[in-house]
Write a protein of this length. Structure first.
Length: 313
């Protein structure tokens, strides 16, 4: 059976729609950040953070996404190509690259080669199931089958949310995971000692993926998963010590009036999916609800905000 690798470089803000196309019609999905930017002066390709390069940056990091198809899957390929053309109406994309997987390899072997152990902060280790690893010290190991780029920890928004959870979650806390995706934040919260997690997502495909990961990691009894968003009967007023909202700047701002009441007095909101140039708008929405910015976690062009609810309402 002959397999083909499909890959394309896209700006960060288009990772989500292209990931959806690849995960729906392809087999497997990996994401790699390209360590380069393009300078306006001569449009020269330069190394990330090169101190000797002048000119203004275009401010866009590129990500390479990959998936795999059988060479006979013409209809699936056509749907991916149509989807990319629609995304390209908003922002011109680079060409889709299609290469044949070498003989004696299948798509899983090729796809898995793009993943490795991911250490987050001092304690968290994100481990694909096929990589052997012996924990040391107080390591908290999260074993996950990567599938969605936003759910593996490799994207800056997920990475910084994992950092935030590591800093904030204490034993017996209650956590709301809003926009759970693959469920990696819920699993991490349980591994860090949370006694209860409510996981919500509006995407039925994400709910299915999260349910599989909860069962495989044996946390399903501690996680209440359902399709939806706030307000929601499972997200009662004053119920949560920590709310992780890894969604988008616009969604955080729009949902903020429904998120804030779910926090216990003194509880923490982790607001993520926010680029630096979107931070001011999110801060305006959250401070208007008497939430106080206490800490930030940043990576590349993205920032995750930690807001404290008033201790007395």
């Amino acid at each position: 059976m002959v397999w083909q690798e499909l890959s394309i470089r896209v700006p960060y803000e288009y990772v989500e729609p292209v990931s959806y196309l690849f995960s729906r019609y392809g087999h497997g999905l990996s994401m790699e950040k390209d360590e380069e930017r393009v300078a306006d002066s001569g449009r020269k390709t330069v190394a990330w953070g090169d101190p000797d390069v002048g000119g203004e940056w275009d401010g866009i990091d590129r990500v390479t996404l990959r998936t795999y198809l059988q060479h006979t899957s013409k209809r699936r390929l056509a749907r991916i190509e149509v989807g990319l053309k629609l995304v390209g109406l908003l922002e011109p994309l680079e060409d889709l690259q299609i290469t044949t997987v070498p003989d004696m390899e299948d798509w899983q072997t090729q796809w898995r080669s793009h993943f490795d152990l991911l250490r987050v902060g001092a304690r968290l280790v994100i481990k694909p199931t096929w990589i052997p690893y012996e924990p040391t010290g107080d390591d908290v190991v999260i074993e996950l089958d990567p599938g969605m780029a936003f759910g593996t920890g490799y994207h800056p928004t997920t990475y910084t949310c994992l950092e935030a959870l590591q800093d904030l979650v204490q034993p017996r806390m209650r956590v709301l995971d809003l926009g759970t995706g693959s469920g990696i934040l819920s699993i991490t919260a349980i591994r860090l000692g949370a006694s209860e997690v409510v996981a919500l997502d509006i995407d039925p495909q994400a709910v299915r993926a999260a349910r599989q990961n909860f069962r495989r990691t044996r946390v399903q009894r501690q996680v209440n998963l359902t399709q939806g968003t706030v307000p929601h009967p499972l997200a009662g007023e004053g119920h949560f010590d920590v709310v992780a909202a890894n969604i988008s700047a616009r969604a955080v701002a729009e949902r903020a009036p429904f998120i804030a009441p779910t926090l216990k007095p003194g509880g923490m909101l982790i607001a993520s999916g926010i680029m630096f140039d979107q931070q001011a708008g999110v801060e305006e929405a959250l401070t208007s609800l008497d939430l106080r910015l206490e800490k930030t976690w940043s990576k590349d062009d993205w920032v995750t905000l930690g807001y404290r609810a008033p201790k007395v309402r």
